[in-house]
Design a protein around this ligand. Structure first.
Ligand code: ADP
Length: 225
């Protein structure tokens, strides 16, 4: 199962990726995570990408493509993988097709209103880093206070509604040609990610099985909570 996961901030990409990763024991390859890790470890690659990542700019295509190519050569990708955050440009999407064959691109389509609600509702405890949401579970028991240490919850700067709107529109401006590319090459699956993942995940999983994309036996019994 060789899959690309496309989702705007607030689409719930993490939940979907985690489900398939755990249930089918295939790696989730996130270019953002790879870069953050390289930067934290102060590697040569980390030094090359630091400037872009810290400014929220796209890392040049040549660098990202090289990183993904190397990662896909590792043994753990044999049974399949989920690409998360890559490709982000048409050049990357075409380069990826030279590296390997991608079965499907799954576009978790979320509306701006829902994305704003999900992300602007997110609150974090500055003491223990627990994550809450004022609109969805887990909600704090007492308004704006952490259940565990009573600390006043904070909102991440980039979760403020106006910043979320900005992140959302920038995402769709840049990803549009990539989505079109997978549509034209008949590999696009669109999912209504405004709905709860509890309803969507089983449908998506069945679709992948019925179209022959997902042939792996589960390696673990994972419940959709
Ligand atoms: P975000 O969704 O906020 O962009 P990511 O974790 O996906 O977060 O990526 C963090 C940063 O890593 C991006 O802002 C960008 O600088 C870099 N990056 C990740 N993936 C790519 C990619 N496919 N192409 C170019 N830059 C990338």
């Amino acid at each position: 199962m060789r899959i690309v996961l496309i989702g705007a901030p607030g689409a719930g990409k993490g939940v979907y990726a985690q489900y398939f990763r755990e249930k089918y024991c295939i790696p989730q390859i996130s270019t953002g995570d790879i870069f953050r890790d390289e930067i934290a470890r102060g590697t040569e690659l980390g030094r090359r990408v630091k400037y872009y990542v810290e400014k929220g700019l796209l890392v040049p295509d040549e660098i990202v493509i090289e990183v993904v190519k190397k990662r896909l050569q590792q043994q753990d990708t044999q049974r399949g993988f989920i690409l998360d955050g890559f490709p982000r440009t048409l050049v990357q999407a075409k380069a990826l097709d030279e590296i390997t064959s991608i079965d499907r691109a799954i576009h978790l389509k979320v509306s701006e209103e829902i994305a704003v609600k999900r992300l602007s509702g997110r609150r974090i405890c500055p003491v223990c880093n627990r994550v809450y949401n004022v609109y969805y579970e887990p909600k704090p028991r007492v308004n704006e206070k952490c259940d565990y240490d009573g600390a006043r919850l904070i909102q991440r700067e980039d979760d403020k509604p106006e910043v979320v709107r900005q992140r959302y529109s920038v995402f769709y401006e840049t990803i549009k040609p990539v989505i079109e590319y997978y549509y034209e090459t008949r590999r696009l699956i669109e999912v209504n990610a405004d709905m709860s993942f509890r309803e969507i995940l089983p449908v998506l999983e069945k679709t992948l099985i019925n179209t022959g994309v997902l042939k792996l036996a589960p390696c673990k019994d994972v419940k959709i909570e």
